[in-house]
Design a protein around this ligand. Structure first.
Ligand code: NOJ
Length: 908
């Protein structure tokens, strides 16, 4: 079938939503030359035990925290390949290992447009800044071919470099923890000419698809460099569980792939993806976290090319095999006592998540499509009639003229600024979609071409392919010059947004999705800025695109934090965008899988994520939709979305009792916005997770390492209901603390499995004893309208008769917090006394913040018998507040404390 006919068919089928995932569109390992060759190589090496790689000890240079030299690949006495390497000891107890290839003597045809050197740019996009070398470092070069490096704050970690067999071993307490090249699968396919392949080939490197790609759609892939893959095996000793490497619709603890496909990282538009699958998806964060009681490690594979990862469970070890199509080997090994520290150390390297505007933590109402201004404003008004708070309404591709981005269809949106001004009256925001494909022949794409900013073919022409608007160009956001062009499109003078500042952006299809391309994306020999094939930087394209949008919005708004939702992402994307899990389906299994998928996003430091509430394809039953809202309110990014052919399903449509229950759920999210905002601040400042897997809080309890359907948000333990017809849930209490039901304050206690009643109206959520949760309890139409509302503090007293919590407050919109205009305060309860004290960083905060209620939960309310009132002290003055009992809790009403200072309340 001609590609145009395939495109038409795809478009029709996509629009009708009748497709199940087409696995055959995506390469399996055995259809991907480099993956097949390396799996084959691994198999051969396991049998022959041959080793072709060793360190040339004469080449070694010892610098301060850096060791460099040459790894030699030798086939025989006469043919050797030099692979320069560098080992850096970085701050935050990590080791970086880089291997390049010396290609200087290779003659790349002078007619080639391409860069001859291996791609070594991925780190520039992934890292927040140049990594800093550690000062905590000691090296000794022993005689028997081993180099020993000690590092870490008290030199508690060591790295052993075995020069002869070329192995790197990271140890703690004298015990090996991470071994690189443990099984000698290390392999760098060196550059060679097409006609030279036989003499230069290792016996174990088969000629499977070295200079051709036999996958059906890949005829246009010219494979100009032939084989150039890189591969390393990494063993985690004593670690049964490994996590991370999103994006896959799979379990949180990764599975053995010995008899299946490897996990693949290759950003693709995988519509109607399957659950429990290792197929590639829209985004790629090549960070794996391994954890066992007492120790955690991480491996960050800094590579943006097509990558396959095999996982093998071997006794108590997990063995992994990382295979990328090209680029340099650039990896970082993290080690720490807890998984949270691994996430933090990775965040220190790649940047923490952005602090989002407060509105973006509210509820987002989306569908493909809200048709016109009247539709948008009617939905907005109806939310208010039903008293369902919401912050953002979204426009999908149909708002444009023929999917030409930066245009508005005048028949449907005659005056977008007027519409946005109306939304702004109730504090609402509009998010509009802008995709990276620009339809041929209209002013924006004409300008793109004029400025020479499109992706190119390998002949140097502008690359053309098909997407929503038909034949299109793709902006090359690897090119730094594209930023100015992109800024112009979003500027206040452009026809697009006018001067509205309640307009934010959705970047979709940025894998990039190319309907007419192999595996629904660009051919791999398309050229990006710098004369690199997209083969090398494919997984980074989405990041460059949403970063350009971030830059453009930052300029447009002067001092407002841009909100951008991206479908495609890479390590580093957390600095500027939120993600969602793409085109899921209105089925229970997709609700269920959303939890491990989003917990994984937290583990890899991109916590601002969500899944389409209700499911994208299809029509959820009323029960499923209701349960999805009850789960969705815990997604860090909480948006309902639906396919164009799905029936309308705004929360009022299902009718009672469903609408009531969904309203209650959304309102609970709004009451908890202070908690979510505080968690995001702590994530943006310290690299904390927002949704916390149980094993993050209890890293020494092996029984929790696989739990993926429960999590903490601050002091709340949440177990969403994800089974049809469920009237109860089994919840696993991770410890012996007291847990209070969030509505009726009844107590459950005792580590282990508990059966909890969960009729449709019930969300199983518990305050963990020992925590203090900030809330704002008054209903308002949007988060902006809650700005001056007073707080409620829920003090869940723990078994030690203590509790602790934090609260972050700023203006919710601007960057002024960066210069100290914020309040970060902590609260403590200790045996009848509650106190608050500001933590660091609030020097510029000038507002006063009031509390309308303190609610104390205790296992036995009788402990408060004999108390009659509360005595409040602040700034040298004292006054009294009344106390009362409510449903087994103690209420201190309107204590009149100002949270921006220190205060104390004693029960008397
Ligand atoms: C694909 C996205 O995943 C989906 O959310 C969106 O509605 C469609 N593109 C149309 O823009």
């Amino acid at each position: 079938m001609k590609s145009w006919s395939i495109f038409c068919l795809l478009t029709v089928l996509l629009a009708q939503g009748v497709f199940a995932v087409k696995k055959e569109l995506f390469k399996r390992c055995d259809q991907s030359g480099f993956c097949q060759r390396n799996r084959h190589y691994a198999k051969e090496i396991s049998q022959t035990k041959n080793n072709y790689y060793s360190i040339d000890t004469d080449s070694l240079i010892f610098g301060q925290s850096v060791i460099s030299g040459i790894i030699q690949k030798s086939f025989n006495e006469t043919f050797k390949v030099n692979l320069p390497f560098e080992i850096q000891v970085l701050e935050n107890d990590s080791i970086r290992f880089k291997v390049d290839e010396d290609r200087s003597s290779f003659d790349l045809k002078s007619t080639s447009l391409l860069e001859k050197k291996r791609y070594d740019e991925a780190w520039k996009y992934a890292f927040a800044q140049e990594p800093k070398l550690s000062a905590k470092y000691q090296v000794s070069d022993s005689l028997d071919g081993h180099i020993a490096v000690r590092y870490g704050k008290s030199l508690e970690y060591s790295l052993d470099i075995d020069t002869a067999s070329f192995q790197l071993t990271v140890s703690f307490d004298g015990e090996p923890q991470v071994v690189l090249n443990d099984r000698t699968f290390f392999n760098v396919e060196h550059i060679r000419a097409k006609d030279q392949q036989v003499p230069n080939m290792l016996p174990e490197e088969t000629d499977f698809d070295t200079f051709r790609d036999s996958f059906k759609d890949s005829k246009r892939d010219t494979l100009p460099f032939g084989p150039e893959s890189i591969a390393v095996d990494v063993s985690f000793k004593g670690f049964r569980h490994v996590y991370g490497i999103p994006e896959h619709a799979d379990t949180m603890s990764l599975k053995d792939t010995t008899s299946s496909e490897p996990y693949r990282l290759y950003n693709v538009d995988i519509f109607e993806y399957e659950t429990n699958s290792k197929l590639p998806m829209y985004g790629a964060i090549p960070l794996m976290v391994a954890h066992k009681s007492g120790l955690s490690t991480g491996l960050f594979w800094v590579n943006g090319a097509d990558t396959f990862i095999d996982v093998k469970k071997e006794g108590t070890d997990t063995q992994t095999h990382w295979i990328s199509e090209n680029g340099v080997i650039d990896l970082v090994i993290f080690i720490a006592k807890t998984p949270q520290e691994i996430t933090k150390n990775y965040a220190a390297l790649t940047g923490t998540t952005q602090l989002p505007q407060l509105f973006s933590l509210g509820y987002h109402q989306c569908r493909w499509n809200y048709n016109d201004e009247d539709d948008v404003l009617t939905v907005s008004k109806t939310m208010d009639e039903y008293e369902i708070p919401y912050d953002v309404i979204w426009l999908d591709v149909e708002y444009t003229v023929e999917k030409k981005y930066f245009t508005w269809n005048p028949a449907h949106f005659p005056d977008p600024e007027r519409m946005m001004a109306k939304l702004d009256e109730t504090g609402r925001t509009l998010v509009a979609i802008i995709d990276p494909h620009l339809k041929l022949d209209y002013p924006v794409s004409d300008e793109l071409v004029k400025h020479d900013l499109a992706l190119k073919t390998n002949k140097g022409d502008n690359f053309k392919g098909h997407c929503w608007p038909g034949e299109s160009y793709w902006i090359d956001t690897f090119n730094p010059k594209s930023q100015a062009f992109w800024n112009d499109q979003f500027s206040n003078d452009s026809a697009f947004g006018g001067s509205a500042i309640n307009l934010h952006i959705w970047n979709d299809m940025n894998e990039p999705s190319v309907f007419s391309g192999p595996e629904t994306t660009t051919p791999k020999d398309v050229i990006t800025h710098g004369n690199f094939e997209i083969r090398s930087d494919h997984n980074i394209y989405g990041l460059t695109y949403h970063q350009a949008t971030y830059g453009a919005l930052k300029q447009r708004y002067v001092n407002k934090r841009p909100f951008i939702l991206t479908r495609s992402y890479f390590a580093g994307s957390q600095r500027t965008a939120a993600m969602w899990t793409g085109d899921n389906m209105s089925q229970w299994s997709y609700l269920k899988i959303s939890l491990p998928m989003l917990l994984t996003q937290n583990i890899v430091n991109m916590p601002f994520g969500g899944a389409d509430v209700g499911g994208f394809f299809g029509d959820p039953s009323k029960e499923l939709l209701t349960r999805w809202y009850q789960a969705g309110i815990w997604y860090p990014f909480f948006r309902a979305h639906a396919h164009i052919d799905s029936r309308r399903r705004e929360p009022w449509i299902a009718g009672e009792p469903y609408t009531d229950i969904m309203r209650d759920a959304v309102r609970l999210r709004y009451r908890l916005l202070p908690l979510f905002y505080t968690k995001f601040f702590e994530s943006s400042k310290f690299g904390d997770v927002v949704l916390e897997p149980l094993f993050y809080k209890f890293p020494d309890d092996e029984s929790l390492f696989g739990i993926e359907d429960e999590f903490f948000v601050g002091g709340l333990l949440v177990k969403p209901v994800t089974d049809e017809g469920a009237q109860t849930v089994e919840i696993h209490l991770p410890d012996d603390e007291v847990y209070y039901d969030h509505e009726n304050y009844s107590v459950v206690q005792g580590k282990g499995q508990k059966t909890i009643a969960a009729p449709l109206e019930k969300i199983p959520v518990f305050f963990r004893g020992g925590t203090i949760t900030p809330r704002k309890d008054r209903y308002r139409r949007s988060s902006k309208l809650m700005k001056y509302d007073p707080y409620t503090l829920v003090v869940a007293v723990g078994t030690q008769n203590k509790a602790h919590g934090t609260l972050y407050i700023d203006d919710g919109e601007t960057f002024n917090y960066e210069s100290g205009e914020y309040l970060y305060t902590s609260f403590d309860y200790d045996n009848g006394t509650i106190s608050g004290q500001a933590l660091e960083g609030q020097s510029g905060f000038t507002g006063s913040v009031t509390v309308e209620k303190l609610q104390l939960l205790v296992p036995d309310i009788k402990v408060f018998n004999g108390f009659h009132k509360a005595s409040v002290t602040q700034d040298g003055a004292s006054w009294e507040a009344s106390i009362s009992m409510d449903n087994g809790s103690l209420i201190i009403a309107n204590p009149k404390v100002d949270l921006s200072g220190s205060w104390r309340i004693d029960l008397v």
